[in-house]
Design a protein around this ligand. Sequence first.
Ligand code: SER
Length: 583
Amino acid sequence: MNLKEEFIKYFVSLGHVQIPSAPLIPENDPSVLFNTAGMQPLIPYLMGKEHPEGKRLCDYQKCVRLTDLDSIGDKTHHTFFEMLGNWSLGDYFKKESITYSFNFLTKVLNIPINRLAVTVFAGNESIPRDDVSASIWQSLGISPKRIAYLPEEDNFWIAGETGPCGGDTEIFYFRSDEPIPETFNPKDERWVEIWNNVFMEYNKAPDGQITELPQKNVDTGMGLERIVAVLEGTDDNYKTSIWQEIIAKIEEVSHKSYAGNEQSMRIIADHIRTAVFISADYAGIKPSNTDQGYILRRLIRRAIRHGKKLEIPLNSDWLLEIAKVVIQKYEDYYPEIKENQAIVLDVLKNEAIKFNRTLEKGLKEFSKLVKSLDNKIITKEEAFKLYDTYGFPIELTVEMAEEQGFKVDTEGFKLKFKEHQELSRTASAGKFKGGLGSQGVMETKYHTATHLLNAALKVVIGPDVHQKGSNITAERMRFDFSCDHKLSEEEKRQTQELVNKWIMDDLPVNMTTMPKEDAVKSGAEAMFIEKYADLVNVYTIGDVSKEICGGPHVKHTGELGKFKIIKEEASSAGVRRIKAILE
Ligand code: SER
């Protein structure tokens, strides 16, 4: 049985519309690196905005949770996972939601009722105990002894600090061959949580205040990897059909078996799968030393190091071979995996080439180090050398050190890292200043024109237009932006006119430097926020545009001359491209 497809079929039969998985890298939310739950992209609709597909939705959603990164290697954790979810946006509430879940588990998946138990919200000072859910569960045949009331820490769900939230009811499955206890004890680890139904009826404001949402919603989430393990009767997720081919490939390239090498094989399997999904995302993330790019680098390098532990010949194409198995497994479900497979393989290949160059020497340096130290602490200088000279992410050094019973001065490392960053930032700022002279007058004008065009498109097409890229020469500018349709002649004309109006208004261009977070809070646009250092330059143009940007820019828009759109065409899926000149 294909669980993903069964799940969707079931909820579609109950009037839900299947929506596509949102991108792994959130498009308009710089506060998180990755989508961590199926509900994340739906927040505006849970808050009351009308969803174009209606009030009943379902999907399978790509998620990455980094909180578990260090636990990868055990039986149950993953960085990337898929979450099955169904939603009611102000439509049905507790009764239907619980009944739908119950019927899916007991009638579609044929799980015996006796293996199920549930938790419900015990309430707090402002929200009453959820007796409603408890009695619905009882009416379906769940014994009161199998219903546990748990407090806020367990049964109240919110993504992060603020936003839509509510009490939840969680469904547990008894995963053991031992006799099933009559009374459910949520602390007994033989009971595993398989599904979470959140009744989102509140909103939490930044000041902590809880108010009722205009509508009562349901948000459910079921981790695919876990439910498949349950159904296939194993407590090791990596032994399920989801991982079978991937683990088999790792066994093949390492000439070793999974038994006895579980930890390294799980890490390789998990990290390569996640790296494939991150690099396939349309955001175009590449390995780097910040944000998503750094996570990608860490995952690939850690996988390589475990490949080395398994004695896989590192100069072979082993990483790509495993990635290809991942691609094959997911390409029918996620279009970006299919479209961007060449990019994914390139990313892995290049990062492997880079790391392989220094890995051997770094490992030698490391073993020399641990032999020479008697206090079992790797100093910040040594950790920084491993990072800077040999490309070892600090987390990798920590992991290797721990295996030998050593500790790393990570706090000291962080300070050293910061010093180093500031030094190189000053250096590049210096370079930039030097470069400015040679940065031509025309290029500078085109820079400012892209900001005006970006702002004009938001007025003419809509606020959801976002810059996806740009390219400037002394002769012309090219500007890519998210938009689902070819621009009409009228839209092009209005956009061009608006830019020219702002040029005629001779608006002042001002720059202020501020922390990245403040810039984002102040509403400044940024194409890929992760590209920027902690301190950013924010350029405002009159009151029509505010963007994070490295510059350079003109002082007044009047300097630009006449703006003319030469061409408008498709760039990639959902992205349009405008070519324009200044006359
Ligand atoms: N948002 C809830 C969760 O992530 C249910 O989808 O568990």
